[in-house]
Ligand binder design. Structure first.
Ligand SMILES: Cc1cc2nc3c(=O)[nH]c(=O)nc-3n(C[C@H](O)[C@H](O)[C@H](O)COP(=O)(O)OP(=O)(O)OC[C@H]3O[C@@H](n4cnc5c(N)ncnc54)[C@H](O)[C@@H]3O)c2cc1C
Length: 434
């Protein structure tokens, strides 16, 4: 029998990354009763994920201390999967079910890596760049391993530097963006001293590692696991031996919970007003669901949302100018790392696109929409619920995968029972579910 825990908060924050921690701390410091939920074992989100060797970074520890002093309830290791009625969210823990009631909600659910399918991408040891970094942080030995890093976005550099610090050999970093895009992006950096500092540090850490623009992975090869990768480099191909291929194509916002709650989404991001309010009353959103912008923007948006939910609009407005500057930077980031159209040719007919349901590209291409493909092939209906193949088909086939249904994560049968006990808020045009 699963234990059911009920809790009530003035403000509930979903997501314990920089945005969520900043929102929860600011709100709690105003004296309201705040709960913060994250599905990882510790707060910190993707960037401050604690390292089994090094412990949590200092910034994360500082925010956690502020949350503790402000008597915030920190609920880690539980995952929100459904809203059975307005003002209540259901979350599943390792052996319990939580019904969390709130007056106001801040969604700070972050982003995930975008993967593009190419021949061999399902081989063992072909991983997302951030995914490999997370595994090394959890103890995967990487010393002496040869890791090709390929795809797009600043995360590639952060991951390569991290892996090298931990003893990996990085023979090459392949960036699909062109030098002219990267040049325009670098030109915008002078207004961002934090980014310049970070960039210079990584430049030092990556000294001697070739960074190649106009370059991307074409195929991974190997028998039982990846042994080499063929890359395209300025129109020529080259095959490089490796133990791992770390490949990611920038980030996409985690929109499942905002969509389930009915928040309006525009161009792949949650729409918010000046105070980070979504189109749903009492629901705010901060950090990467509103656009991919990096840790500084996540912290500023989180603080604005935290003050706004506590009614401190004057304090919140004090950060508008800073947010404006960081959003300009985010727009440049988006433009610089936009995917080039050649990448649409990456998958062959046989390449598996939906890994959960083993659907090859040739079967998907016969359909005209995400909905039709789901109905006819079960694409996007496996355990990841379209989190991987959704953004891939959005780019490859220009489909719109923004349809969700509870539960937004696979859950135990007992938890499904909790959904059945409530009326379901249908938000999608299509049937899904695991
Ligand atoms: C895999 C990955 C690795 C990254 N590594 C780096 C790096 O090394 N350096 C760098 O500068 N930037 C990195 N980034 C980018 C960085 O995460 C962002 O710039 C910034 O931290 C975003 O903060 P956030 O609070 O908006 O989101 P996040 O930090 O992503 O935090 C969101 C949190 O919400 C949790 N969550 C989401 N949905 C639910 C739910 N339903 N129930 C419970 N919890 C939920 C997530 O697990 C996550 O912990 C990485 C991003 C990713 C995706």
């Amino acid at each position: 029998m699963v234990r059911e825990v009920r809790r009530q908060f003035d403000v509930l924050v979903v997501g314990g990354g920089p945005a969520g921690m900043a929102a929860a701390a600011r709100a709690a410091e105003c004296g309201v009763r705040v709960g913060i939920v994250d599905d990882n074992a510790n707060l910190g989100g993707q960037i401050w994920r604690s390292d089994s060797g090094d412990g949590s970074p200092r910034e994360a520890a500082n925010w956690v201390e502020r949350l503790r002093v402000a008597e915030t309830t920190m609920l880690c290791g539980i995952r929100i999967f459904h809203q059975p009625e307005a003002g209540v969210l259901l979350a599943e823990g390792p052996d319990d079910l939580h019904a969390l009631s709130y007056e106001k909600l801040v969604l700070a659910t972050g982003a995930r890596e975008r993967f593009l399918p190419f021949p061999g991408w399902t081989l063992p040891n072909v991983m997302g760049a951030g995914g490999l970094q997370a595994m090394v942080k959890s103890g995967l030995p990487i010393r002496g391993k040869r890791v090709v890093v390929a795809g797009t976005g600043p995360l590639l550099l952060a991951v390569a530097a991290y892996l090298r610090r931990h003893g990996a050999e990085v023979p090459i970093i392949c960036e699909q963006a062109s030098w002219s895009s990267l040049g325009r992006f670098l030109f915008a950096l002078p207004g961002q001293p934090g980014k310049i500092r970070q960039g210079l540090q990584m430049k030092g850490e990556l000294a001697g590692v070739p960074f190649v623009a106009n370059s991307w992975p074409l195929a991974a090869h190997g028998r039982d696991k990846v042994e080499s990768v063929t890359i395209s480099r300025r129109g020529k191909t080259r095959t490089i031996a490796c133990d791992y291929l770390a490949s990611g194509f920038h980030l996409v916002p985690n929109l499942e919970l905002p969509l389930l709650l009915g928040c309006k989404v525009d161009d792949g991001c949650v729409l918010v007003d000046d105070f980070q309010r979504t189109t749903v009353s009492s629901v705010f959103c901060a950090g990467e669901p509103t656009g991919i912008g990096g840790v500084e923007l996540a912290l500023v948006e989180g603080q604005i949302a935290g003050w706004a939910v506590a009614g401190r609009t004057a304090e919140a407005s004090g950060l508008f100018a800073e947010r404006q500057k960081l959003r300009r930077f985010a727009r440049r980031l988006d433009a610089a790392f936009r995917l080039r159209s050649e990448l649409r040719n990456l998958p062959s007919d046989e390449t598996i696109v939906c890994r959960c349901e083993d659907i090859p590209y040739s079967r998907l291409r016969r359909h005209s929409s995400w909905r039709a493909a789901k109905l006819h092939t079960r694409c996007g209906m496996g355990p990841c619920q379209g989190r991987v193949c959704g953004p891939a088909t959005q780019f490859l086939l220009q489909w719109n995968p923004e349809s969700v249904r509870p539960p937004i994560f696979p859950v135990r049968v007992e938890s499904l029972g909790a959904i059945a006990g409530h009326s379901e808020p249908e938000r999608s045009e299509v049937t899904g579910g695991p």
